[in-house]
Design a protein around this ligand. Sequence first.
Ligand code: ATP
Ligand code: MG
Length: 737
Amino acid sequence: MASDSRGETPERDFLREIIDQDIASGRHTAIVVRFPPEPNGYLHIGHAKSITLNFGLARQYGGRCNLRFDDTNPETESIEFVQAIQRDMRWLGVDWGDHLCFASDYFEQLYQWARVLIKKGKAYVDDSGEEAIRQSRGTVTRPGTESPYRSRSVDENLNLFARMRKGAFGDGTRVLRARIDMAHPNMKMRDPLMYRIRHTTHYRQGNAWCVYPFYDWAHGQSDAIEGVTHSICTLEFTVNRPLYDWYLDSLGINPRPRQYEFARLNLGHTITSKRKLRELVSQRHVTGWDDPRMPTIAGLRRRGIPAPAISHFCQLAGTTRVGTVSAPSLLDYSVRHQLNHTARRVMCVLDPLKVTLTNYEGSETISAPYWPRDIDKSEYRPLNFSRTLLINREDFRAEPEAGFRRLAPGESVRLRHACIIRCDDVVRDAQGTVVELLCTYFPKEPGSTQASPPKPRGVIHWVDEERSIPVEVRLYNQLFTTLEPGEDYLEALNPQSIIVKLGARIESSVCNDAPTVRYQFERVGYFCQDRVDSSPDSLVFGRIVTLKDSRARSKKFTKAKKPARTPSVDDSRAEAGPSLQALPSVARAFVERGAMPGELEIAAQWMDETVLAILNGRELDGVPMKADDFGRVVHHAEAGNITVDQGRQMIFILISDGGTVREAGLKVASESGEDLAGLLSVVQATLNLYPDKVEAYRRGKTGLLHFFVGQVMRVTKGQAQPALVRNLLALELSEGM
Ligand code: ATP
Ligand code: MG
């Protein structure tokens, strides 16, 4: 596969197919696209899709993408928005170079072109008034009626249009219309409006104009002026395309741009309409355009979401002609994917409970790793430890339920990066609330004063009481409770969209970091400082995203099981337990079609957390992923051949693009940064050397995987990543199973 200049595997979609054909046929030698925001609001995640698509095309094909402000409506546009849009785009990492354009710069050319249409008898001045014109347009089933001004002479039209421009008439008294067909089945073609009169100051043109072009008239002609080849917009403009073509053809512009439409990106539990976003801001349902709960680029940035995560999400969401709603979990996934290897691990206690170590005096400083799971990164921070510590209230139960794996009377836990403690006594206040735990400390090196330490029930996080820092922590949740907040979106506002923890305490090391550093608060989530509300002596942290759900793994697959028979519907219900019953019927049908017989509970969990999260309300019908393939991916993940994250990514690919498990696996593995093709050929060569063992593996001796990993590691002299080797081997071995 070819790579673009950044060495990535290029995306494939219908637009790229069109462009490839245009280049192959010689229609275009270079491509020019544009991103045309109207400066009447801030950019949101939907715009990010259009930005990454258009600038991505320009980069991939060595073409150009113009940033064009579509500023033809003086009443709502402003320089504030122009600046905010550029700031957000730069942050997203796109570069328009010198290609910054403004539709308002083309007003004179557009005016002259309008005169050309008048001279051709294709446009006329209408005095009926904007409201009467709307009334005369007819309906989808009834043709419109022709204006009494439709047959004005060319000279009269030229004269009136010139006087319109000079300011001779009041707002809304006259318009310029294209003369097409009042009975046209497409309402857009019923003598559409080209110009309106507005005596309003334009933020760039001042009072130079009082006639302003409508979108359809301005857009295609602006594309033509800029030499745009592919004018990409969202599906709702499909009905405008005949008009787009009519204007260009009537002017005789050649070569000319062509319009293509794709489905707009929608994100579940949020809105991507500038009008509604503006209302949230103006009615103070949020603190501003950059409120961290907003789907604006400014909001996402303040929230701490890394720019590459947004591009990654837009890529995962794909470019199609079918409108869908993307699951918020997909964005979360992209964010975690970015942060996992870039966010420092520190400790923060949201709801502190005091712990006194009765057999410890003094204090010490522990050198604790920022990257406890990343063996190639060795960075440490000092962590204060003393007789009085704070743990999270949630991590203690006076009366623990069965299976509670944290602190309880008489029980022990390990304090992250420190020692084991045992809870001996509980101190309560007059109301009976637990206010302090008296614990015994067991030093890391056994043999000092204590007998061998007790076995800890689990590991919890903590901070030093005296030397930790009080911080405000804000936990963000979905802004809307419904998946697709419609016109009554204000009623769907989530009262829990922000939860403030005022008494939280964080380890003091964060004071030494730049305010832009992103963290994982261990066991809590990913966080960063709120750039607006934080000050050096009063820190505010906001949650970027939760940690991925660490769901209980009740069963592990030990080997690939082939069902002796497909279970009947009743069988699967009986085995699946309540979690399957709780699944929507579509998912149940899918599971019952044969995914993972015997392991339906796990399959159902995957169905629930991964497949349904990706589909987010869409039907399973028509999804190209096969039930068997779904089962195979789940198997690989549960067997540890791939990580749960990789499994989710593979399922995403199978759902959105189809293809085989192997192809999806390779796509995901290609993110490892290794020379995949090279490693894959070693893997295949190794398997070819041992056909008997491959056979045995496929009959169920899955333990042989270790043998194959060993062989490949030997051949690569230990250079390959063992996890990737295992991953590739498992993919290759399970082909044909
Ligand atoms: P609104 O209709 O909410 O006012 P808009 O979509 O018209 O917003 P523009 O500033 O005109 O906002 O959009 C600039 C570009 O971004 C257009 O090409 C538009 O098609 C594209 N765009 C806007 N929203 C989305 C979205 N949700 N998904 C993909 N592209 C989008
Ligand atoms: Mg628009």
